[in-house]
Design a protein. Structure first.
Length: 522
């Protein structure tokens, strides 16, 4: 029902494109559509600091909300367009977010909505998709305002989730993006107005007209956004952004008066905005990729060459640079902890980030006797951070689900997740050992044996520590399960595979003692 209403309203809005003004907009080039709603950078940064409540109840700066929404819709962290001089320019997420509500008619014509690559061949006859794989919102409707993907979407949703094809899933994603776009156009995400004494501490958007605010607040909410848009006209036409800035301060004052109970401190808001802008984990990934690859190459060169003093000095410098990246990585984890208010290993994205950091920590702990260890740890971090920054994981900071609101998140999850870092490092060291064995004919026999011995010893230490952590973490998980559900063990998939992992690693570590002659090859 809700979707039907949304599509009906979209159709009415798109119908304006058939008017004289709409036809004029159609003739504008993309940069001209951008220019008619271009928001000053300094002003947009002030708007970014306004606090908003998302649909899960988390209070955050609009900067964060804009980044999350634009990433979902566009698949990138900014909107790139070509200006009059054929130069590439970009709009920040907050500029896009403001513009989509201020001039939705322009954004209906801009190729902005991402289409999955595998869905493009099947959809190219229905909608006009640009070479980058993006399409405008207007392309989803014909000249009568009928939704072109209606039958495809209905068919995809009608199937049970387990029987949906990749194309069905892609269609659902595209449909969800279009719904998000409309919700932004309509102001539904702009939940910036708290209500005094609201029992659920809910904030409301200006379109939530059914909510009973007091007379003064209701008048303020109904007038403030239209007033703000009129002052945006003034800013764009005459470069005077003072009035628009004053409106932002009025909104902040309203929030301070009505929503002080859950309002974030200015320090926390500024920290989250800084965190959003600087992409610490992406820079960590780049650092690990550069220095980790160099270190791995130098390690192999060192065992091939007779004169090693110069190479060893370079290795020390590279390890120092890796430590710098490791500190940056730790800073990112600490900031995410501060911003979210809970330990940052509550979902897949955070777990990948944390395991990568633990793997690097293990690499530095055992780096004294062998430089392959931090190099292998860097490769592990590259893999995990690369996965975290892929399209499969959601980097959003979210509120904890009720079962995770426990001190056990800090204890059990930290311990068992840390074990993965040590065990994964052991796996990579094993692969490196096998590789050295394969190229042993190119290396002096003594050098080969020494390196293999060092790697084997280190591997045993990392695997032993990992096994201890995994075992302790599993027992702690049983205690937590008893507190939460009244039973210590339920043979669910997580518990079962934790036990299987403990048995396998126990066998691997003990078989070396049973068969000492083949110690290096186990």
């Amino acid at each position: 029902m809700k979707k039907t209403i949304i599509y009906s309203i979209i159709s009415l809005i798109l119908a304006t494109l058939n008017t004289l003004q709409g036809q004029q907009l159609h003739r504008l080039k993309p940069y001209e559509l951008v220019n008619r709603q271009y928001i000053d950078t300094q002003h947009s940064e002030k708007f970014a600091a306004i606090q908003v409540q998302d649909f899960q109840g988390r209070i955050k700066p609009i900067s964060t909300l804009a980044l999350e929404l634009i990433r979902k819709i566009h698949g990138k962290n900014s909107f790139i367009y070509v200006d009059k001089e054929n130069q590439k320019k970009q709009l920040t997420p907050i500029q896009v977010f403001i513009g989509m509500q201020y001039k939705p008619d322009s954004w209906q014509l801009l190729d902005f909505i991402k289409i999955e690559k595998k869905a493009i061949p099947a959809l190219k006859d229905l909608i006009k998709i640009n070479p980058s794989g993006h399409v405008s919102a207007s392309q989803f409707f014909d000249f009568k305002g009928i939704y072109k993907l209606k039958s495809l979407v209905s068919s995809a949703y009608a199937k049970p989730p387990g029987k949906r094809t990749i194309f069905d899933k892609d269609i659902i994603k595209i449909d969800e993006r279009l719904n998000i776009v409309w919700s932004i156009f309509n102001g539904q995400f702009l939940k910036i107005f708290p209500k005094i004494d609201d029992p659920d501490l809910t904030w409301y958007s200006p379109v939530a007209s059914e909510i009973e605010f007091n007379k003064d607040d209701k008048h303020f909410i109904s007038k403030i956004i239209p007033t703000y848009f009129s002052y945006l006209d003034l800013g764009i036409e005459k470069g005077n952004w003072q009035k628009a800035n004053e409106v932002i301060e009025l909104i902040k004052s309203f929030q301070q008066k009505n929503g002080k109970a859950i309002l974030l401190s200015e320090k926390k808001v500024n920290t989250e905005i800084w965190f959003n802008k600087n992409h610490i984990f992406l820079w960590s990934l780049i650092g690990y990729t550069c220095f980790g690859s160099i270190l791995m190459l130098l390690c192999f060169v060192r065992i091939l060459k007779k004169h090693k003093s110069t190479i060893q000095k370079i290795i020390k410098v590279v390890i120092f640079l890796l430590i710098s990246v490791f500190i940056l990585h730790a800073l990112g984890i600490g900031l995410r902890w501060y911003i979210s208010g809970h330990a940052p290993w509550s979902n897949g994205y955070e777990a990948s980030i944390f395991i990568a950091w633990i793997g690097m920590l293990a690499g530095f702990i055992f780096s004294k006797n062998n430089s392959f260890t931090p190099a292998a740890a860097a490769i592990l971090a590259i893999c995990l951070l690369g996965i975290a920054h892929g399209s499969l994981m959601n980097p959003e900071i979210t509120n904890l689900v009720p079962v995770l609101k426990s001190y056990w998140l800090l204890i059990h999850v930290a311990v068992i997740t840390a074990s993965y870092g040590f065990l994964a490092l052991g796996s990579l060291l094993s692969l490196i050992t096998l590789l050295i064995m394969c190229i042993s004919t190119l290396i002096h026999k003594q050098e080969t044996e020494n390196t293999i011995q060092e790697l084997t010893n280190t591997n045993q230490l990392t695997s032993t520590i990992g096994l201890y952590l995994l075992t302790i973490g599993t027992f702690l998980g049983g205690v937590w399960a008893n507190e939460s559900w009244g039973r210590y063990w339920g043979w669910d998939p997580k518990e079962t595979w934790a036990l299987i992992s403990i048995i396998i690693y126990s066998f691997v570590l003990h078989i070396r003692i049973i068969i000492p002659k083949n110690y290096l090859y186990i």
